[in-house]
Design a protein around this ligand. Structure first.
Ligand SMILES: C[S@@+](CC[C@H](N)C(=O)[O-])C[C@H]1O[C@@H](n2cnc3c(N)ncnc32)[C@H](O)[C@@H]1O
Length: 273
């Protein structure tokens, strides 16, 4: 079954951002993935379609009620099972609540989700959702980062977009996703395009040389250097993985790291002069 996202949201219109634009739109048109939005107001119990109420214990804001959300999730599961039965598959899906209190989203999690049959994405609003709904229905909480968004929709859109670009056939150039940041544990190298000189800043000469081997080596060195400088914790993880693995650091990687360290020492010496 293709990657499928069922999104429980008060704002289904926001998902036009992935259905109507760019790579995700093209991938949708190619039937590489599917999306359906489910508005919990359709499972509200009163004529006003209320889905939120004041928090017990007092305090500011409103809380999304468990009932409409649970009924919406059940309806999605029923529809998933019915659809899967047509192709003799199990249809129940994992439920992911986008939440600032969840585990931070990583490339590894995105890649795993992209290779699965997808998930039900629950988008909170207001102060969040009733904790009992999380206890009863949510399998996993994922966070976009240590900051608070007004709603889970932007986080769900980011998750969907990141997954869809991993799908074979989604990008025009298959290689580009494989060379992105995080795929091999490092940040991507810098990129340049025309003109060759922009505001007195030239493109690094090696990129104009046409020498593929030198270009590849320069790019790897840039990735190593950037990751080491900008994301020391990511770099330490990459080094540890190399040390744990059977292959260790390649000769080339070790040589490039020595060059980077030497450059750094020379830079420090120049500053001290
Ligand atoms: C205003 S926030 C509620 C924040 C909650 N009171 C707290 O401090 O943990 C409303 C909704 O936005 C979503 N949200 C906010 N920040 C997020 C983040 N960093 N990652 C994923 N979802 C987020 C969640 O779905 C949340 O229920």
């Amino acid at each position: 079954m293709a990657l499928r996202f069922d999104v429980v949201t008060l704002f289904p219109e926001m998902f036009a951002a992935v259905t109507d634009f760019g790579i995700s739109r093209r991938a949708l048109e190619r039937s590489l993935w599917q999306l359906e939005c489910w508005n919990p107001r359709d499972w509200a119990e009163n004529a006003y379609r209320t889905v939120d109420d004041r928090p017990f214990g007092g305090g500011p804001g409103m809380v999304m009620q468990a009932g409409p959300l649970e009924r919406a999730i059940q309806a999605v599961q029923v529809a998933r099972v019915a659809r899967a039965a047509q192709v003799a598959q199990v249809g129940m899906a994992q439920v992911i609540y986008l939440s600032p209190q969840g585990r931070p989203l990583t490339h590894a999690r995105v890649a795993k989700l992209a290779a699965s049959e997808g998930a039900i994405l629950l988008c909170g609003r207001y102060e969040g959702v009733d904790e009992r709904l999380i206890e009863r229905c949510v399998d996993e909480e994922l966070s976009l980062g240590d900051f608070v968004l007004s709603g889970g929709e932007v986080a769900a859109l980011a998750l969907i977009d990141a997954c869809v670009r991993q799908l074979p056939g989604a990008l025009n150039d298959e290689a580009s996703a494989a060379e992105d940041s995080f795929v091999d544990g490092l940040l991507d190298c810098p990129h340049y395009t025309r003109p060759e000189v922009y505001e007195d800043l030239p493109v690094p000469e090696v990129l104009l040389s046409g020498h593929h081997e030198n270009i590849r080596r320069w790019r790897l060195k840039q990735s190593l250097q950037r990751t080491r400088e900008r994301r020391p914790e990511l770099f330490a993880k990459w080094l540890a993985q190399r040390a744990d693995g059977t292959r260790g650091l390649s000769k080339e990687e070790a040589q490039l790291l020595r060059e980077i360290e030497l450059q750094e020492l020379c830079g420090r010496d120049n500053m001290n002069e």
